[in-house]
Design a protein around this ligand. Sequence first.
Ligand code: URA
Length: 323
Amino acid sequence: MQESRLAAQQRAMDRAFGVDLLDHARCVERTPAPGNPDRPGASGVPASASASPAAPGSLAPRPVPVLGGAGSESAPPKPRPLAPLGAAPGSSTSSSGGSGVAPRSSAGGSSEAIGIGGIGRRLELQGERLSLLEALRERHAAACPHCTRATGHTNLVFGEGSPNADLVFVGEAPGETEDQTGRPFVGKAGQKLDEMIAAMKLRREDVYIANVLKSRPPNNRTPLQTEVDGCGPYLIEQLCILRPRVIVTLGGPATKLLLATEVGITRLRGTWGAWQAPAWTGLDLSVPVMPTYHPAYLLRNYTAQTRGEVWADLQAVMARINA
Ligand code: URA
């Protein structure tokens, strides 16, 4: 009874947004594994379909922290403090205190709202973030205490997406397809994530997608704490460069790392938290976090209830981004 009411709700939501957000038939695995929402398992499965085009995500200038300076060769676990870049012209600091996070325009950063100068600055920031991300990618590959020692993986999966993304999704670790391609979320779970992004009226290239670990754990096992301790700080640096408006954590490991909690995802999902940049970054930065189920967990527990819960979480994110 409850199930059919939820199913009806889900159908209504799907209709409302013109997308079958969680179309089970298209990508659910044939043999569902037992569901553990905290450990969905990075799925090594066939390549994804790409998300359908939709309105581009909003972009607005945010200052970029400058990585490097003296000791730029060093890497976590003794990360260097991140020095803030000066604020964008006309911007003031907000949640970041002295670190210079620029406020977003009320329209979410549309080109009309920020004007020609704004577009120029936005492109400049995009370029700065791109080169900072590229430098981080290289430094991670050369120095990550976990990934440089890990064996059994083929490629590092650094993360990808818009350097100006309002929204960052953080998963757990690459699966088999991700390991083969060097790209995050391109297997079956990635296909589901693509659908979720499309249902939010965003394109995959509007958001940024990263993982707690950048190399595939053997047999897709849960990341060990030592692995998270080694590789996690690079995700933190990535987030400091990106400074999104919202982070969505997909599943337990990402939620635990960014919210510094041991509480399980079933309890935390759907409730806003905040990621605070750790003191070693030198940034006073706080980003709202919406924890939700990992798409792999969703695929393995594909009920009207789990679909409805994820969709509710995504709607809360959309409301926040569009506010
Ligand atoms: N699962 C993850 O957590 N990350 C990926 O990139 C793919 C599957």
